[in-house]
Write a protein that binds this ligand. Structure first.
Ligand code: NOJ
Length: 736
């Protein structure tokens, strides 16, 4: 590809990787170019001839380092041009050392946790020859029915953007060519999290304005963090499947955002353009995908089958094809693969080593969210307890605590809660154990009797309930999101013994917990906590560690409230506690207009069970003295918003201080609150700190009806506090 065709489109010079990619392209045949655009599933297939003939640019799912090295050797030494391979793998929340599921990591509200988790995952994956991962998944989702919420970073564009960027930095390190860096992939571009009904692969309809204000910002953050690649979503956005969506891939990604990396399709998604009913056949699908700018085809082989004739007929210009291949070659140079295509595992730290396990343990500790703690039931006292009943299908299952998308982690590395409670108990108290159920989904009651018996004999019952791994993740959606199987019955039976219950929930999504809420004294939400979940959870329950996680997603009371999220619009009839009526309180023959005439459900009200940003600690925090640096600021200026937060308890703790803003009037209606900043603040007992947030007027911009990114003058409210219901507030103005 002549360098001039790239420099013509932009004002800055080519990087050395780009220059090398250009000269390599000039030597390539059409067949070799199409080969670079093909990603093939490894795992057991013999790909040697295809690689030798230059028909493959990338392999996914091959993680045997000897086999990977052999594939790279064939590519380097036996193919005509010696072009190394991209080796892709889903490294979603750890490779061998498994960290909490991404939604759990997001509950840490700690970018360092996500960056370190991704860096460790990258190092472990790179030791097998993997040089590219399909993560982070930064789809905004407000629907816990969708199984892939487990892989997401939650409902909020700001939080997701900050944490997703941290993951990109973790995977890619200081520079892509470092031996323990792997290329990241921002996925799924875009709108997948809004699939109708929370049903995987379903269609998504998102007005452009909402797309730009809610769904696109995390991807822009990933881009700003230098993400090397994007993956097109499976889903159809406003009638156009992403793999053929020129508006997304060309206009937004390439033209507006100037992305110069490459886009990979999702698995078989180019062929599925025809299944969607978007194209009539495979050939048309290839035309749409290349027009849209999908550089690499994952899994299917339609590019190989149809691009040659489409070029021959002039339907695809070879120069256009070159620009798609260019991005792939550029990344291979940036990764340093031409110089160092082989992997020596001896140069890497051992996977699952004590440092990695400690980081996974810290991450799990920070990810757990304390949702309820009546009468300071927790922390439990090791010395005051005589006996503990450990109950539940997830108490001692090293596999299930790992969660979805674990291809490489192994259950035998897991430390379970039962093991951890035994370790902590020593001789101090007796541990009795009964799973109660054969799995989280089991409907039978056969094991209940034993569980109830040990609960009745013990001082406290710790119940490890929730969902096993397979109930969340890709294609694993649920229409009911309660505790499955006979769990509710078991909790009721244990509660009837009079022994207090501490409920630990491991799950891949927010569950509706209303039916058991009154039966338990405390709830710790642990998501799927990963390899070190056991010790992390037990340390939290016994006060060796302090809970500090906060919800990255709202928890509905009833599934019918979905989508329920804090950054909702006010509506013309906003609900309040004064203008709603509960279904049980309606008078007979009540007048049509007597129930409140506002936006609420008769049976669920208008609030979530637990709001976004919420999480308790073993201390409590007081917020006061909200100050603003000015009553009003001019466009282009910065306002400082600050408050004092105090740890009012007797234990050292960390609080996630959160800043929310409301833009009172907009060219399009604005959410009632939007997260604009957060900070983890360590506080000694009794200690107070001032926490300040600097907000530039650009940070208050949104896309208006004309899709322009604007900050509008006018009034704003601001809140600082420990969750999205924060009360301490002030107001300010932006002047013209
Ligand atoms: C399909 C999933 O949607 C995507 O997230 C994943 O990276 C690919 N398969 C590869 O496994």
């Amino acid at each position: 590809m002549p360098q001039s065709s790239i420099t013509a489109k932009r004002s800055y010079p080519l990087s050395s990787s780009e220059a090398k990619a250009c000269s390599l392209l000039e030597q390539m045949t059409l067949e070799e170019k199409i080969g670079q655009m093909s990603q093939v599933n490894g795992g057991g297939w013999n790909l040697h001839d295809a690689i030798r003939n230059g028909h493959i640019g990338s392999v996914l799912n091959e993680v045997d380092v000897e086999k990977v090295n052999e594939l790279q050797r064939i590519a380097m030494q036996e193919s005509r041009l010696g072009i190394p391979l991209l080796i892709g793998r889903d490294v979603i929340h750890g490779f061998k050392t498994i960290f909490p599921i991404p939604l759990g990591q997001a509950a840490s509200w700690d970018p360092k946790v996500l960056e370190q988790g991704a860096a460790i995952a990258a190092t472990e994956a790179a030791s097998t020859g993997v040089n590219w991962t399909f993560a982070p998944m930064i789809d905004i989702t407000r629907d816990p029915r969708w199984g892939r919420i487990a892989e997401s970073l939650g409902e909020d564009p700001y939080l997701c953007g900050v944490l997703g960027a941290a993951m990109v930095r973790g995977f890619q390190g200081n520079q892509l060519s470092d031996s323990n860096s792997i290329a990241a992939c921002a996925k799924h571009f875009v709108g997948y999290g809004a699939v109708e009904g929370g049903l995987d692969y379903n269609t998504a309809n998102i007005p452009e304005n909402e797309l730009r204000n809610v769904y696109l910002p995390p991807f822009k953050q990933a881009l700003n963090a230098g993400v090397a690649t994007f993956m097109a979503s499976f889903s159809d956005l406003n009638g156009v499947p992403a793999a053929g969506n020129e508006f997304l891939m060309r206009q937004i990604l390439r033209e507006e955002w100037c992305f110069n990396g490459f886009v990979v399709s999702d698995w078989d998604a180019i062929r599925e353009l025809t299944v969607h009913g978007f194209t009539a056949n495979d050939r048309d699908a290839v035309l749409e995908a290349t027009n849209a700018g999908i550089n690499m085809e994952m899994a299917s082989s339609l590019y190989k089958d149809h691009i040659p004739s489409l070029i021959a007929e002039g339907k695809i210009e070879e120069a256009e094809l070159d620009s798609l291949v260019f991005g792939i070659l550029k990344l291979k140079f940036e990764l340093g693969l031409f110089d160092n295509p082989y992997t020596d595992p001896g140069q890497f730290p051992q996977p699952v080593n004590p440092d990695h396990l400690q980081a996974a343990r810290d991450a799990a500790e920070r990810s757990c969210v304390l949702l309820k703690n009546d009468h300071q039931m927790l922390p439990l006292s090791r010395d005051a307890l005589g006996s503990v009943a450990v109950i539940g299908p997830l108490a001692d299952d090293g596999y299930e605590q790992l969660g979805t998308w674990v291809f490489d982690g192994e259950a035998h590395h897991s430390h379970t809660c039962l093991q951890a409670v035994h370790d902590l108990a020593g001789d101090a108290f007796e541990v009795r154990w009964a799973s109660g159920m054969s799995s989280s989904r089991s409907r039978d009651h056969d094991g209940h009797h034993e569980a109830v018996k040990i609960a009745a004999e013990s001082d406290v019952a710790i119940m490890f309930m929730g969902e096993e791994s397979i109930l969340s993740g890709e294609a694993h959606c649920r229409a009911e999101i309660d505790l499955p199987g006979s769990q509710e019955a078991l909790i009721n039976e244990v509660a009837a013994t009079g022994t207090s219950i501490v409920l630990v929930v491991m799950a891949g999504r927010p569950l509706t917990l209303g039916s058991v809420l009154d039966k338990v004294s405390a709830i710790l939400y642990a998501w799927h906590p990963g390899t070190m979940g056991g010790p992390a959870i037990i340390d939290l329950l016994f006060g060796v560690a302090m809970p500090s996680g906060k919800l990255p997603v709202s928890f509905p009371r009833l599934v019918g409230q979905v989508p329920i999220y804090y950054a909702r619009k006010n509506t013309g009839r906003p609900p309040s506690h004064e203008n709603i009526t509960h279904i049980d309180e309606i008078d007979g023959r009540a007048a049509q207009t007597s129930l409140g005439m506002s936006a609420f459900h008769l049976d669920a009200g208008f609030t979530p069970q637990f709001p976004f940003g919420f999480g308790l600690s073993y201390t409590h925090f007081d917020y006061r003295e909200f100050e603003r640096s000015a009553e009003s600021i001019a466009m282009g200026e910065t306002i400082t918003l600050s408050a004092t937060v105090q740890n009012c308890g007797s234990r050292e703790a960390e609080e996630v201080v959160q800043l929310y803003i409301r833009d009172l009037a907009g060219n399009v209606t604005r959410p009632v609150r939007e997260l604009k900043g957060f900070r983890r603040v360590p506080l000694a007992p009794g200690e107070s700190k001032r926490v300040s947030f600097e907000i530039h007027t650009d940070e208050l911009a949104f896309h208006n009806r004309k899709m322009e990114l604007v900050t509008e003058p006018g009034g704003f409210h601001a809140w600082i506090g420990g969750d999205s219901n924060a009360h301490l507030w002030t107001e300010f103005q932006i002047r013209e």
